[in-house]
Design a binder for this molecule. Structure first.
Ligand SMILES: Nc1ncnc2c1ncn2[C@@H]1O[C@H](COP(=O)(O)OP(=O)(O)OP(=O)(O)O)[C@@H](O)[C@H]1O
Length: 217
């Protein structure tokens, strides 16, 4: 699904990641690693919002460097601590993403309803609680027809009911539409929901793919 070529990320003179060449197959991956190991750096680079050395290919052909618009239209990303313009309403952000990602209003209404955002989505984002901002960012990450969804710390600030909703979205998108997921979390995933997830550990500035599905552990 993803092929990293000579991948390296530096912040000035500091080498944050030195991964080189690696392939990540399709599936659901739980990214783990200690604070500062490079999980967010990796996800931001994959999302195309952070410059890096080397290249990333989706399905062996779509290069993040050579076809950045096509690549980014098929890779969705929710940041760990999302920031949105406070003067916009949730509805306006959703409309923007539907237009940019080619999503359908029906699909999006269902997400808004399921995660309990229907009563709040019309308000300005500046008036949202941190959980509401998180829910909005997750809704936006599912809009359109993504091939890959990157979720940085998606579980933080979500209440128990919303966690179950998010797990069901992940399962459904993966099962019905073949969407792959890379999600970082310091919390353990609920393997009753995310049955086929595998682990990627970020350590020593590189990735270690553990191929056993979590459910077999
Ligand atoms: N903008 C930046 N400028 C300089 N160094 C940075 C920058 N962003 C991250 N780093 C450094 O890169 C390394 C990886 O940071 P990153 O945020 O990717 O880690 P993380 O695994 O997501 O951490 P956490 O679990 O604490 O969220 C850290 O050493 C961090 O200090």
């Amino acid at each position: 699904m993803l092929k990293l070529q000579k991948f390296r990320k530096r912040y000035g003179s500091y080498a944050a990641l030195n991964i080189g060449d690696i392939e990540i197959p399709s599936g659901i991956f739980w990214i783990q690693g200690s604070n500062g190991s490079g999980k967010s750096t990796f996800l931001k680079a994959l999302a195309g919002v952070l410059a890096f050395d080397g290249d990333i290919l989706l399905d062996g052909v779509l290069s993040i460097k050579k076809q950045p618009v096509r690549y980014r239209s098929t890779v969705n990303f929710a940041e760990a601590e999302p920031l949105f313009p406070e003067f916009l309403t949730g509805t306006e952000m959703v409309r923007l993403f539907i237009e940019a990602k080619g999503g359908s209003p029906d699909q999006t209404d269902r997400y808004v309803e399921n995660i309990g955002m229907a009563p709040h989505i019309h308000r300005s984002i500046g008036s949202f609680s941190s959980g509401m901002v998180k829910k909005l960012s997750l809704i936006l990450a599912f809009i359109g027809k993504p091939q890959l969804i990157l979720l940085d710390e998606p579980l933080i600030t979500l209440d128990a009911l919303s966690l179950d909703v998010l797990y069901s979205w992940i399962q459904e998108a993966n099962r019905d539409h073949g969407v792959s997921f890379l999600l970082s979390s310091h919390q353990s995933l609920n393997t009753d929901f995310v049955k086929d997830a595998s682990e990627i550990v970020v350590e020593n500035k590189t990735l270690n793919l553990l191929n056993d599905p979590l459910v077999n552990k």
